[in-house]
Design a protein around this ligand. Sequence first.
Ligand code: PHE
Length: 459
Amino acid sequence: MTTSRASIHGYWSSRVMFVFAAAGSAIGLGNVWKFPYMAGESGGGAFVVLYLICIALLGIPVMMSEVLLGRRGRSSPINTMHVLAREENRSTSWSLLGAMGILAGFMILSYYSVIAGWTLAYVVETVSGTFSGVSSEEVGEVFNQLVSDPWRLLFWHTLFIVLTMVVVIRGVRKGLEMAVRLLMPILFTLILVMVAYALVQGDFYAGLKFLFTPDFSKITPDVVLKAMGHAFFTLSVGMGAIMMYGSYLPDDASIGSTSLQVALADTVVAILAGLAIFPIVFANNLEPGQGPGLIFNTLPLAFGHMPGGMFFGFLFFTLLVFAAWTSAISLIEPAVAWLIERFSISRITSSVICGLVTWAVGLGTVFSFNHWNRIKLLDGTPLAGKSFFDLLDYLAANIMLPLGGILICVFAGWVMSEASSRDELRLKHSCVYGLWRLLARYVAPAGVILIFLHVLGIF
Ligand code: PHE
């Protein structure tokens, strides 16, 4: 029994395109920019181990549940939850889950776009030869100059939002599919080139040791929370992006194997990014825990000294822009689709509205690195000391995505009847279905709740 619902927004042309698009959403700044700097700040190996556990036990079941709900509901997360709750005779307040996801999407994209803007700026810096033969101090200076100039940040942020909206306006097939099909394989190859460089020129052993020797004394409740939040962030789950993409998935595709492929590709890219960056960090005595500037302060050093570095640098930052681009689209697509469904407006109008809102919120992040860098919000609370950017990232990635993730699992595992989920997942082996159900019903919700309680000091 498949449901007869249809998506008014279109479909992927094939199962493979869904994998590409979902991998395009998952693989982005999270893997190349955020993973290395978070691992660097949180003690390396210990963070990596926790992150991998969270991917396997929490991220993958949430991803499968999200695709499952999306394909069954075939509309934006708000309406999908509404329809599915009604189908199961439950309260339609479940649609609030979709609304929280849309809010998280706006929050994330607003700063994601500013960081993608740094990447755009670095494309220009590399081709203009800024990094040829530079020292690590000079590289640091280039970065500081960029982030302390709000006008430059604003320019690149605006450009990135415009680029994102252009693809969203073109819709599922003409916009998204075209972009990801070509770019993802090239990015992957280029990261391998960077790893090879790090192997030859960097302190590869120190990098490996840092990433894979867990020092468990480094694990604090906050590190656990960050590793969990990052697992959700990097897989793009917990806010409805994957649910939205699932709603464009053809009926005959297997949800289990596509989800696994996406999660695997995402994890491999993150680890490779770590292996490209940390050997350079250690070979040049740079600080692994320096925060969000990490890749911008390390990779240009490699490009500045390798043969053909200008070309590789240009290619690398360009592809990183593309990786960010395919993720940004998925952050905003649920909101765009919902506005279309709710107000019967055109895709163009809806995209423009969403773009403007995100752009405006992004100004807060632009100023977080200069005018407002001394303003730390929420003094006297556990969130003290965070800038506007830190706060948005913390709330969205570490709180809202995991919370959204458990609610998705609770819906798919408890609210939805076994017949419906079995029918939609159509897993070949009954034991695989059993494993998914165990993880979605018990392990993932309990894991997230225990981590939340741990951070609150209750457990
Ligand atoms: N997964 C993306 C990345 O790693 C970011 C993202 C988060 C995209 C949530 C969509 C939803 O860059």
